[in-house]
Design a protein around this ligand. Structure first.
Ligand SMILES: [Zn+2]
Length: 322
């Protein structure tokens, strides 16, 4: 739902200036750890070269699969999905009687190895994620318990490892999300990866629809609607976003009332009366609203996307009512 935004300090200390370059750096480290630690690497590499081979002038080996970016992952997914029809030499990958992927078995030991080895704490910590990028409702924090690293996220496979075991180790197929979203998504395949979202508004916006003129007086007098792109339909449906966000009406009502109270004049007055307390009016607004209200910050706190949308749309809603 929300763009992946890695804190700048994470990559600036490595003298890396762009988020995408930092992700590629992590991808490289991820690959080299797998290559170093996996005794069956060569065996699987040969297997991938033999079974996938060359498609559209690209030679596929295990490294290509592990390092595949989101668009390349989609290509590999299509290869896997379509080869039964289009590519006769790939027929052998399937157990046509049981209609299952026959390559599950050869890869099983690798996937198990990986599940035991992946450092979920480090993975979440390296990305600097603190709030679930799927729902923007739950924190996914890293911390320590009895001296041991602990994390409240699950590592989600965008392409489920039970359906696409070949992609189970691919860096861009892995994303830390909250346990709730991981469980709700299950084995569904979404169309939009968090690694590909640049602007949250392109895919989803929260809108308030008043039921009557008294919509500010009760949670029963308005509805929270979701306006989303066609490619985001699966995300909305399988993460149950509409019904889950329906439980936040009391929170939305607070935002609407705060917008009513904090007029432009009052905001200016509060800012002047508290000279030096805030570095900017934006910072003061975050304190007044109890959340971030700008796109660049919505990954930092639960419900920030909802707060931003309601804050920005309230004028439009009100004009509809007049
Ligand atoms: Zn979540």
């Amino acid at each position: 739902m929300i763009p992946l935004r890695i804190p700048k300090e994470k990559y600036e200390q490595l003298n890396i200036l762009k988020q995408r370059d930092y992700l590629d750096y992590l991808n490289e480290v991820h690959f080299s750890n797998i290559k170093k630690g996996m005794s069956k690497f060569t065996q699987v590499d040969e297997w991938v070269k033999k079974e996938i081979g060359s498609i559209n002038s690209v030679h596929y080996d295990f490294e290509t699969v592990i390092k595949a970016d989101p668009s390349r992952l989609k290509v590999i997914q299509n290869i896997i999905d379509n080869k039964r029809i289009d590519d006769s030499h790939l027929w052998q990958l399937y157990d046509s009687d049981k209609k299952k992927y026959a390559y599950r078995e050869p890869l099983r030991s690798v996937v198990n190895w990986y599940n035991n080895r992946l450092n979920k704490y480090k993975f979440t910590s390296d990305l600097g994620l603190t709030v679930c990028p799927y729902c923007n409702r739950n924190y996914i924090s890293t911390g320590k318990k009895s001296g041991k690293n602990r994390v409240t996220s699950h590592i989600e496979h965008f392409y489920p490892k039970s359906v696409y075991p070949l992609l189970a180790l691919s860096f861009y197929n892995l994303m830390p999300v909250c346990p709730c979203c991981n469980s709700l998504k299950g084995e569904e395949v979404f169309d939009v990866s968090i690694y590909d979202i640049e602007d949250s508004d392109k895919h989803l916006r929260f809108i308030i629809y008043p039921n009557n003129d008294e919509f500010m007086s009760s949670v029963d007098n308005f509805e929270i609607e979701l306006d989303y792109s066609q490619e985001f339909e699966h995300n909305v449906e399988h993460l149950a976003l509409k019904s889950l966000y329906g439980t936040h009406k009391d929170y939305v009502l607070e935002i609407m009332k705060k917008k009513e109270i904090y007029t432009k004049a009052l905001i200016g007055e509060i800012y002047e009366n508290n000279e030096g307390l805030f570095s900017s009016k934006e910072e003061m607004l975050i304190a007044l609203y109890g959340n971030y209200i700008e796109e660049v910050n919505i990954h930092k706190r639960p419900l920030a996307k909802l707060t931003k949308d309601i804050y920005n749309d309230l004028g439009i809603i009100r004009s509809k009512m007049v």
